[in-house]
Design a protein around this ligand. Sequence first.
Ligand code: NDP
Length: 449
Amino acid sequence: MSDFDFDLFVIGAGSGGVRASRVAASHGARVAVAEEYRVGGTCVIRGCVPKKMLVYGSHFAEDLHDAANFGWSVEGARFDWKVLRDRVLADVDRLNGLYQNTLDSNKVTTFHERAIVTGPNEVTLASGEKVTARIILIATGAWPVVPDIPGAEHGITSNEAFHLDALPKRVVIAGGGYIANEFAGIFNELGSDVTIANRSDQILRGYDEQIRDKLMKISTEKGIVFRLNAPFEKMEKQADGSLLAHFRDGNLPIECDVVMFATGRKPMSFDLGLEAVGVEMTGNGAIRVDAYNRTNIESIYAVGDVTDRVQLTPVAIREGHAFADTVFGNTPRTISYDCIPSAVFSNPPMAGVGLTEREAREQLPDISIYTSDFRPMRNVLAGRNERGFYKMICDAANDRVVGLHMIGPDSPEILQAAAVAVKAGLTKQDFDDTVALHPSMAEELVLLK
Ligand code: NDP
């Protein structure tokens, strides 16, 4: 029997922490987890999952509009934000319960309070109770960054967006990344006037340029306004409760009802006692770990967004699983960060895996590019001009597909399957050898020219 209260103490019951807890327990470890808010973490409680439900809910606006061209008359259709909001939040409650059940059924002890590290093998709970563990895992995730500008306290972040009392008539979203474009699509569909204001001259840095240009074009056609090279200067609350957002771009301020900051997320490594026990951090506050998720302190590990390697839920889950197998399952293993697919659930969504065209040009002596610019059948009948665009990037030396990027309806669903082929190192010829599944949008992938 160990001298410690637990074999593993996990701080943070999000995607990475819950997976690590469950798998470590299944390997026979005595596990405890502390969560100061709600079990499930950002993805389940205030991120990917409720966001995707809002995406579904908002897309009905377009579908109902298009329905007429498919012979349907939909008179008197009205939208009620509170119905959608409350149904989404109710499902979040359900998922929160399922995550708690997972912990309980694996005999993981849950402390519903904040925990900080007070020694290499000790944590102290908010109640003052001290708990010891052979291994401590930090899985506290990340938190929205709000720029330090006058009046910033009048804005919200995606955390609050799920709880709004009413649908705002006019929204300004600061930032041009994932969250900005996803919420712009949601609010725009639901009828709000949306402006995306970003500090630089581009949106979605890191995505293939051609794909993100298409998103910007389609979003603009749908009514979303982009204000680029517009760093936020200050925000004022007016007597009628509306906000005035000022930018350092020399143009007039924008009057709106809600300002939402979507300006990145920082690792939640602060105020956890980590500096005091000597855990090393990177310049941006991420916990520095090795390939096995171990920090410079032998008994302390970290996984997920707090390590700021790839801020994506499935990556945190894999890191948590690999950590538990390594430390408690006698199977040391690392995870592969190569060819991680990702998607932006904008309207339309975009998705990609592997190198962008720019990256491929920088890294390979010669590349070949194949594209398809098409109008999905559904959009044709709907009378919508909106086009889809797929792009395949190959290493010219061996025909291997090194990048695949797309924008269009259901592109995340299509890309997930195609990512298997890219990860497996298949070639353009392998795609061409596969018979098209007709009629589908995905068939464009095996017909690329
Ligand atoms: P992103 O990193 O995607 O984008 C941040 C945006 O904010 C960029 O446009 C950036 O501008 C701008 N920005 C950054 N710092 C500042 C600052 N100090 N002041 C003003 N503007 C700033 O962040 P998000 O907040 O949208 O999302 C956070 C992370 O969450 C994502 O990186 C992603 O990993 C994850 N996520 C994933 C989703 C998915 O998988 N579908 C959905 C939502 C989030 P610029 O680029 O011009 O410098």
